[in-house]
Design a protein. Structure first.
Length: 273
């Protein structure tokens, strides 16, 4: 009886082996987004001509790099991370005289819904905004990423150039607000932190401002221009900005800090154990 059951089990195992491909033969195909059109011809997918990106999607495209290589760019963002957000890496951008690029990265402390805004002022009189939002957590890509690329109305170019020379770029990269009577700087643990990056032909710069109002208020002009350019194009991005482009509270906190004898100082180094 037992031998009969053993033979039946062996036969079932052999039949499953015959119909189940080995691990090396199994293939997982990444599903594509739903489309009402038939899939493209496989050979055409790789060989067919594709239209170039619009200026708004890559304002500094098709520029020849200098013979010495791309200019040094001061940015804490790796090229691969730019690619995940659907942006040309800042490290590959060629900026001529009279041009400027400004980036703002919005990073809430209590959420993974992040945002990046890149403003570009070109020497031909045009200005552009490239805006992305998504969830930078828990998946190998930027989840639920949305965004847009747009040419900005007249007047933005001069504003971006003006902000690229703002005195705020001379402030410490990592800073805290210290009141006049305090011995240590303030600390904020719940709010929104901002990374600001500047790129011009002859200068670069990075500022990181945590959620403390006076720290953010020092760069309120930069933030108001960046978020003002990002609003009104994509509702899924607008909903992440409940205060819109209003940084009046932070600006008032910074002004009060200065009037009271305080200052924005370099962040205190970590204490030795």
């Amino acid at each position: 009886m037992a031998s009969r059951m053993q033979r039946a089990a062996l036969g079932l195992a052999l039949s499953l082996t015959a119909v189940t491909p080995s691990l090396a033969q199994q293939t997982y195909v990444i599903p594509s987004a739903g489309s009402p059109y038939p899939p493209p011809d496989p050979r055409d997918w790789w060989s067919a001509e594709r239209p170039p990106l619009a200026d708004a999607a890559d304002p500094m495209a098709r520029r020849r790099l200098p013979r010495a290589g791309p200019p040094p760019v001061v940015t804490p963002v790796e090229p691969t991370l730019y690619r995940l957000w659907g942006l040309p890496p800042l490290q590959t951008q060629v900026v001529y005289g009279g041009e400027a690029m400004i980036e703002v990265w919005r990073r809430p402390s209590n959420s993974v819904d992040q945002m990046v805004i890149r403003l570009t002022a070109r020497r031909d009189g045009k200005a552009f905004a490239q805006v992305r939002a998504g969830r930078a957590c828990c998946e190998p890509d930027i989840a639920r990423r949305v965004g847009f690329d747009v040419e900005l109305p007249a007047g933005y170019r001069s504003r971006i150039q003006e902000l690229a020379t703002s005195p705020a770029w001379n402030s410490p990269r990592d800073a805290v607000a210290q009141e006049g009577s305090a011995s240590v700087g303030s600390i904020c643990l719940d709010g929104v932190a901002y990374d600001l990056i500047r790129l011009t032909e002859d200068a670069g710069g990075v500022l990181r401002r945590d959620c403390e109002d006076a720290e953010v208020g020092e760069v309120a002009d930069l933030l108001e221009t960046a978020f003002g350019a990002a609003l009104g194009y994509e509702p899924r991005i607008d909903v992440l900005l409940p205060n819109g482009a209003d940084f009046s509270r932070e600006r008032a906190a910074y002004e009060a800090l200065i009037v009271g004898g305080g200052r924005i100082k370099p962040e205190d180094p970590p204490r030795a154990p």
